[in-house]
Design a protein around this ligand. Structure first.
Ligand code: HMG
Ligand code: MG
Length: 297
């Protein structure tokens, strides 16, 4: 596998959205600067969602404004509706992400509407973004299982992926929100969805709740997927997904990829420093196995 993989760093958004300790705008900006300096050029930096739903993401406009000038960076933000779109555009967003789910239970819990209603909400957002020259990425949560509805069939994911792709999302990210997937299921999912969205336009967004994320990524890579969402230090989780823990750790992904001969361009020392600093602010050590191993040296 001596080719390239694109990593979308989730630490400042998915990573911080579930943390008890609030992190200031300045510290969020410093975290993003450190990640970009470590070679992680694509970073999801915030969310324009209800502050009642996710107080951790308030002032995401200030964060985006604070990093938009960084050379070589591509910064993503979550946008659930037109209200969020207005703020994102005003703050200079160049890439936004809409987020749907493959299960009705999670759609309702997370964004307070059905899957079909969410797609209707995204239509004007995507149309306006297109007119404004802003790229739109699409997420599908609970692609490998739902905390409310249980098993999720690949066809349910295919149906939502088709809608997001037809709306005009340039990439569809498949979220194992609660980290229940296993490699064969991940492979079957990638195989099924790539019948509708080209494999090169699919991202793998796997949480590591059951310790399966790296194995699932490897299975997805064997299917040809080359875009990985991960979070520094293994931060992450969604407050509306009971039991969910962090994203697969960027350190662990980089270690695996480099071991496979896939060049990531990430400086592990600088990434570790960024992870250690945010962990210090949050008051707990990183869950990344690689970070723990390197810190113990
Ligand atoms: P709602 O209650 O149905 O919306 O929420 P509403 O239109 O009735 O508005 C209710 C209140 O929210 C109003 O304020 C609105 O102004 C405000 P009030 O009058 O009560 O003071 N509001 C907003 N405020 C700021 N920005 C906005 C916005 N929209 C409405 N854009 C809504 C619907 C989607 C807004 C809400 O449910 C929400 O914000 N949900 C966000 C959930 C979220 O951020 N979850 C975490 C991210 S998703 C995730 O982590 C999964 C992912 O990582 C992939 C994976 O792992 O699977 C992406
Ligand atoms: Mg997530």
């Amino acid at each position: 596998m001596s080719d390239t993989v694109r990593i979308i760093e989730m630490g400042p958004r998915d990573g911080l959205q579930n943390e008890k300790t609030p992190v200031s705008v300045e510290a969020r900006i410093a975290f993003i600067e450190a990640l970009v300096a470590a070679g992680l050029h694509t970073v999801e930096v915030g969310a324009f969602v209800s502050p009642k739903a996710i107080p951790q993401m308030v002032n995401s406009d200030q964060v985006l404004r604070g990093v938009n000038h960084l050379a070589g960076g591509e910064f993503h933000v979550l946008v659930p509706n037109e209200k969020g779109y207005e703020v994102a555009r005003a703050a200079g967003a160049k890439v936004i992400s809409v987020f749907a789910a493959a299960s009705e239970g999670f759609s309702r819990a997370n964004i307070n509407c059905s899957i079909a209603e969410s797609i209707e909400r995204f239509k004007p957002v995507v149309a306006r973004a297109k007119a404004d020259g802003i790229k739109v990425r699409g997420y599908i949560s609970c692609a490998l299982g739902c905390p409310f509805d249980g098993e999720v069939k690949p066809q349910a994911v295919v149906d939502v992926a088709k809608k997001l792709w037809e709306l005009g999302c340039y990439e569809v990210s498949l979220g194992d929100t609660i980290g229940v997937g296993t490699p064969v299921k991940a492979r079957q999912l990638l195989r099924a969805v790539s019948g509708t969205v080209p494999i090169t336009n699919l991202a793998m967004h796997f949480h590591d709740t059951y310790g399966q994320a790296l194995a699932n990524l490897y299975a997805g890579m064997e299917e040809g997927a080359r875009v990985i969402d991960s979070a520094a230090g293994g931060l992450g989780g969604c407050p509306f997904a009971p039991g969910a823990t962090g994203n697969v750790a960027t350190e662990d992904v980089v270690y695996m990829l480099e071991g496979l001969g896939v060049r990531t361009g990430v400086d592990m020392g600088k990434l570790l420093a960024a992870t250690n600093e945010v962990s210090r602010l949050l008051g707990h050590p990183p869950v990344s196995r690689v970070a723990a191993a390197l810190n113990a040296k």
